[in-house]
Design a protein around this ligand. Sequence first.
Ligand code: 9MR
Length: 562
Amino acid sequence: AQQVATPKIVLNQSGYYPKLEKSAVILNPVSESKFELLSMPDRKVVYTGVLSELKTTQYSNIKTKLADFSAFDQSGDYIIYVDGVPESPVFKITDHVNHDLAVAALKAFYYQRASTALDVTYAGKWYRAAGHPDTSVYIHPSAASKNRKADSKINVSGGWYDAGDYNKYVVNSGISTSTLLSAYEDFPEYFVGQEVHIPHTKNKVPDVLTEAVYNLRWMLKMQDPGDGGVYHKCTNLNFDGMVMPDQALSKRYVVAKGTAATLNLAAVAAQAYRIFKHFPEQYPGLADSCLSASRNAWRWALNNPNVVYDQDLLNKTSDLKVNTGAYGDKNFEDEWIWASAELLASTGEQAYYNAFFARLNTPVSLPSWSNVGILGYYTLIRCERQLPESYKSITSILKKKILTLADRYLNAFKTGAYHTVIGASLDDFAWGSNSSAMNQSILLINAYLFSKNEAYLDAAVSNLDYVLGKNATGYSFVTGIGYKSPMHPHHRLSFADGIAEPIPGLLVGGPNREKQDGLKYDSEPELSYLDDVNSYASNEIAINWNAPLVYVANAMECIEKG
Ligand code: 9MR
């Protein structure tokens, strides 16, 4: 596969919106002070600017200068030219510059579907046979209950593969599904017009919902109807080899019910109820099933408020040892906040308000699979008008807390060596760092939606610039987008299919200073990335990383239009 040299001028390889801030970064400049924007292919100078002063970054030895061309807003193809430096590749400035990205990022979920064949009509050259039917999955001893004995079997077919592996984890499914549903709730008309080319029902619903329902139905199957508790995951005991799904034939299990998984379902199903009650013909009964699943899950969690999924402990006490992703979370306060907020927004009932209110002073921060509280804030603000009158005032407190974070991000954006939000803190370079970038952007977009302060949009789009190439590595971290993007993601489907190009539209994890895969690559936080199929710590893909990319790319396409 192609090896593309790291450019010296890094920029958003997808391109820029005319009306928002636009900058490129010169890596390790010597004495350069001016830059030019040349239109292509005629190479006419259309804009001249002064490079910023030299900036240093905290998390590598790289020095930078910024080329800010925000003042230029004419659509077209361009390069950045700096005397003595290899010129930048061609990039676009245009409306809808992220149309293809927005579609590809959502389509990636279709490619992640378990238990089904992908037809060439939709999947193109990445069509494949069905695998992991999961219609007859064993109850692991840790998951046994009165009505479901160990070794009996249940049907938990469907859903998305979590990541580069073929297992399905409720905890991570929760934030992923909800992020897609929230994208729809925030921009419903926009999504009506979006065509992703996936199979749909006769009475068409927006593709983002069709895709979300594929996973939602699986999540509902992960609930024990006997008591409302939800299994933590559907998994092999060990990760599959690097083979296609139809070659992966290990026994599958559902493992251990837990409080985190159960509250995840409570939250997602409550949100789904709110949305799908408007689609009774397309999805008869789905909304009601979701609401009762959510209430039953909530009840189970009230009775079982502290059931941690502790895989090490489980393996000490069971002969059937489970060695796949743990998604072990010990703190459930954020799950309570999220689930209570979703149930409150969907039902207006006092009990959920009380549960939410009791945690009003619990700090919230950037969301991740283990930290979901702020998703509940987004929801209550979004659904403010539907809330009972006496509960409405609470949203001003939530907005204030979101703005505190948004202002911190805005400051990082303004002062950062790459003019991006991400990169201000060492925590920005952990496992799945690119998803932190996208979740920061979601927070900023939410802040914009209720404040209408456009500065937040510039900051939000800066992290899109980052994941699409304006970073120390020079990679666009989305497969198939840009001139230098990952060719070897840690992704069984992309590796085993015999096709040179990886499945498109996938956001890889990105720089991860901890390099848990033990491979040799740069240790500087900003550069700790390797496009190697074995680099599961920096080059895997995951549904909870792609979902915020879907949100941000589509939100920017929608807002930009409006
Ligand atoms: O995204 C998860 C990350 O936050 C954890 O540090 C890491 C190690 O536990 O696991 C990541 O999630 C992986 C999951 O456990 C299994 N499927 C692939 C996920 C992405 O790497």
